[in-house]
Design a protein around this ligand. Structure first.
Ligand code: ASP
Length: 329
């Protein structure tokens, strides 16, 4: 009996010390004027399916003991490869008719981070962001320098045309004809779909990542919030992981992702309270968009001030949910 009790106690202490943290994953596919009257049933189904496929991929990695960084990268890659989203293939066009991609990733355990901006030939910008984090002494590389680095470390390179989606290109031509100038009104632009992911792994580590084509008709050379650590992406095990989507200029000015983390750390706010507070600030300043945020206990926040935001999660209970419109909870 005594040996049995000792064994039981040892097992109990072991599980306290080495117990697995709950796992969870959150994803977004962009915010904007996404309403039922603008959507066909087929398109809605396609969006929901792709978001679910991406979530399942990331969650599977977490379930099998993989790191939150691996989950974030793999989840985002699925969305980068889908022309439905404004990241990788299907990215929006600059005013010069080019696709210029931005991405970033951050590790909540070490606060290491990596980003690429204005790249045109790297097949997976999120993979390149991770390579910058892990295989260079830098945090951000841009344009040709980022591409030379990606090539040097053996990442897959493509011709710029790879990212061109014909439907998006026609939208660009229409937009160009209509205004003849760049339109940075986020609710007005036709294409949304920046993608982002935050994950919590069995070791209790958070990671966050974001990948985008930016904003339709952006001036070529423009860099948004998505590759900027602290604006579009942030992760800190002491608070939460965040990925943003929206009118990037506002998200940069408010340092949105880091502000959420700071409100949790310095003001003791919950992840929901902090994320909502910062989206309210974006709204007040005249910007729009949303964020996804996930803390170490697996609490999820996904506030936005647009009509919709492609989003979804697998929570700590293993429940999976995908949503699009503002009336879905
Ligand atoms: N935040 C992105 C940018 O400004 C765009 C988006 O999220 O739709 O580049």
């Amino acid at each position: 009996m005594r040996t049995f009790l000792t064994l039981f106690l040892q097992l109990f202490i072991f599980s306290l010390c080495y117990g697995q943290s709950p796992i969870a994953i959150v994803v977004h596919g962009g915010a904007g004027t996404i309403s039922r009257d603008r959507m066909t049933p087929e398109l809605e189904k396609a969006y929901r399916q792709k978001l679910e496929e991406a979530l399942r991929k990331g969650y599977g990695i977490l379930q099998s003991g993989g790191s939150s960084l691996d989950a974030v990268e793999a989840t985002i890659q699925i969305l980068e490869e889908s022309p439905l989203f404004n990241a990788g293939r299907g990215a929006v066009f600059t005013d010069a008719g080019t696709n210029e991609l931005d991405a970033s990733i951050m590790d909540g355990k070490t606060l290491n981070a990596g980003a690429v901006a204005g790249v045109r030939r790297i097949k997976s910008p999120i993979q390149a962001a991770r390579a910058v984090m892990e295989r260079s002494p830098h945090v951000m590389l841009t344009g040709e320098g980022a591409e030379a680095f990606a090539r040097a470390v053996g990442l897959e390179m493509v011709e710029p045309d790879y990212f061109k989606d014909e439907k998006r290109y026609q939208q660009y031509l229409r937009a160009k004809q209509k205004s003849g100038k760049q339109s940075l009104d986020y609710e007005e632009i036709e294409k949304h779909g920046t993608v982002g992911c935050v994950a919590l792994d069995q070791a209790g580590n958070l990671a966050a990542g974001t990948s985008t084509g930016g904003m339709m008709m952006k001036r070529f050379g423009r860099v948004g919030d998505s590759p900027i650590i602290g604006a579009g992406t942030y992760a800190d095990n002491a608070a939460c992981g965040v990925s943003a989507t929206g009118w990037g200029e506002y998200f940069i000015r408010l340092a949105v992702a880091h502000d959420i983390v700071a409100l949790m750390k310095y003001k003791g706010m919950s992840v929901q309270e902090a994320a909502q507070t910062v989206i309210d600030k974006v709204d007040k300043l005249g910007g729009d968009g949303g964020v996804i945020a996930l803390d170490r206990q697996g609490n999820i926040a996904m506030p936005f001030n647009t009509k919709g935001m492609y989003r979804g999660y697998v929570d700590t209970q293993g429940n999976i949910k995908v949503m699009i419109y503002d009336d879905e909870q």
